[in-house]
Ligand binder design. Sequence first.
Ligand code: HAM
Length: 525
Amino acid sequence: MPPYPPPPSERLPQTILHGENSKLPLLSLSPQTSFSSPIYLLSPPYHPFTFPNHARSLNTTFSSPLSSPSPSETHSQSFDSVGDATSSRRSGSPSSPPTADVQQKIDVNPPKGTRDFPPEEMRLRNWLFQNFREVSRLFGFEEVDFPVLESEALFIRKAGEEIRDQLYCFEDRGNRRVALRPELTPSLARLVIQKGKSVSLPLKWFTVGQCWRYERMTRGRRREHYQWNMDIVGVSGVTAEAELIYAIVMFFKRLGITELDVGFKVSSRKVLQEILRCYNIPENLFGNVCIIIDKMGKIALDDVKRELKSTGMSDEAVGQLLEVLSIKSLAKLEEILGSSGEAVADLKQLFSFAEKTGYSEWIQFDASVVRGLAYYTGIVFEGFDREGKLRAICGGGRYDKLLSTFGGDDIPACGFGFGDAIIVELLKEKGLLPELSFQVENIVCSLDPDLQGAAALVASILRGKGQSVDLVLESKPLKWVFKRAAKINACRLILVGTSEWQRSMVAVKILSTGEQYETKLDELD
Ligand code: HAM
């Protein structure tokens, strides 16, 4: 018999759970291990993907080709996208899960427009988020987060934005109107107001969070996506926007994306403001006008003109506005608006900062960029791929009045949102997707079922030294162990065999070189 319990030097604190028929291996547990978590048994045995009728009481929802659309597909929407089941139900109307009297197979696909993240996708997501976080750290930003579920009122603005029609909203059990956040900026504004004077300005906050929009799905546009946001609260000058754009440039560079692949279209909503002022268009129509202009290129130009006129703009004002929106040169803009206005001054200053910081080749003036969210008040920008294959990669701008619309003090603020889905499409396009393989440093295996506990001890020693270990949990032939080692990219194989264990030693094989040696347990690192 091998020496078990293990050598005194490495003795485990407690050894419990010995299988009744003694064929079960010994399991060694630390004193902290408890068995308080409930054990769920399905009896009689059910197929993993079938549930009995009573599962409804666990709020399980069903979907079958014959049943009504899944709950995710019953939200209100004016369009019926790509083969989607149409529903006349308003988003938020109470709907109960479909009932089933017989056992039904669940739909193993995630709801339309949403994603699972199996390990390989999760590796990519983690890699992307690490880059988001690292760039934010390099710029001195602190991470924050908010609930995915917010009060619906936070996202309802008067200007008729597309985002409102895309809201996943419903009434909760306490009759409160709530919504899955379609974006992060309103939550950030809410938190800034809530913190009040307890935070010192400027705030530099970043967040990476999931957002939900009932969108028409196109390449890189989904019904859920993660957004990286960086926001600066409390700085009124365009140095803030310049810093934010520079952070995105730095992010692109880290990923191998250059100014030949992407660029930023930059403008200022003050351009529009100045034109509207010339034509005595009331200030309160400003948000609506921006939203209408954002539809250019998405709907017919005549419809854009008609919508603009419906706000009270004269033919002449509409004509002048559209003419200015076609300008792509700052010098030309200055010719028309003069150099004394804030719009031109802000833009010139931003381009000058970009020049000095060394990223001016990434940005270009384009008066047609206004963005589809009503709250922007100043500089606005959008990242685009130069081949024109994808929708906006990222976008942001200044929103100096958002906090006061929520009842807070006016505090200048600006920021951007950067989606996780479109950048992956761009990386694919450019052949820049990283190879991210799973890797475990050690695979530990006992050569005798009676040594399973000893192998667990070896694993625990290595884990205690910060090393990752895949412990082979069942008795397996060596051929299987080598295959598994290759699959998980293990660097070392550690074999716990009887004769070595009697001498408090283990056998080590470096898998990349084939080098093999024995080592003492207390020298293993
Ligand atoms: P946004 O332009 O609506 O701005 O979204 C920002 C970015 O999120 C987009 O450029 C895109 O990368 C990504 N995105 C948006 N919707 C989807 C979707 N359905 N599927 C995939 N990706 C999507 C905002 O949300 C602002 N709140 C950004 C901001 C932060 N402004 C100031 N601070």
